[in-house]
Design a protein around this ligand. Sequence first.
Ligand code: DAH
Length: 339
Amino acid sequence: MVQDKCKELNKDINLFTIDSAESLENFRLKYLTKKSPIQDLFNLIKDIAGDERKQAGQYINEVKQQAEAKFEQHKELYTKSNIKNQPVFDYSLSHNAVNTGSRHPLQITLNSIVQLFSKLGFTVSNGPEIENDWHNFSALNFPAEHPARDMQDTFFVNAEHALRTHTSSVQVRLMESTQPPIRSLMPGRVYRNEAISARANCFFHQVEGLYIDRDVSFADLKYTLYEFVKQFFNNDVKVRFRPSYFPFTEPSAEMDISCQICKGSGCNVCKQSGWVEILGCGMVDSQVLTNCKIDEQIYSGFAFGMGIERLTMLQYGINDLRIFFDNDIRFLKQFVPEN
Ligand code: DAH
């Protein structure tokens, strides 16, 4: 009986893992104190007679020696005296700077756009990247045969749904769910089936703006966008509006700014013209308001949309759009984190 118990203890001792000062101490407390199971066995054999007692004592002693040997073996490794022999840690050493990374340049641009427009009372709204035909096209007045609906431009998910081709879809969602006054920015990723090059990618980022209230005019649109570019680029920036066409705005325009790279004297970026286009804009078409259940007799509004990659390229003098998506740390770490 004592023999069986010793065998069991033997096994437990072998299986006990000592891999730290703490587990070494736990081992000692478990097997080498007065309350250990080994000691219990010694107490038990007091009642056994003669030879049998001698035999049992031998078994228990073997277990005890085994436990002591294991303890001694590991003591070397894990006791404090051993740690003392190691080099003293110098607490006055400076710490290794923690590598915190930096914000992605596109996010830096978006953050500053959001911040500048928030001063004018604009909030931020989001919408889904997989859109139905109504929100991406129909509500925005795209005729059924419009080329933007073409398979060549749009990534269709199924007959009804596509990856949104612009963030204008969020305008529709916002107008459907909110009555004016509306003043919001709609940032997000958009997708177009385009060949990848230095100037185009099959996905990119836009930020759209929408302002709807009573008596909103084209003058408000010009003022708002002019104020924005002055603060985003610099006070010397010049702007010009060229008539354009979008199905969802009437009248529509594109806004150019004086080239920030050559300051208007002509370079590769502005194709020697001194101007670069940065956004599309216009007065929200009355049919779009009606489509979204907003009374066009009472309300009017303007909208604009711009590419975040394009603004970032102009801001930092970057000439290849693909570099934004390479995740090359040498490129990314040049952008100082914001506060
Ligand atoms: N949705 C247009 C595009 O992707 C950009 C745009 C133009 C948005 C005019 C607008 C706008 O809100 O008014 O090319």
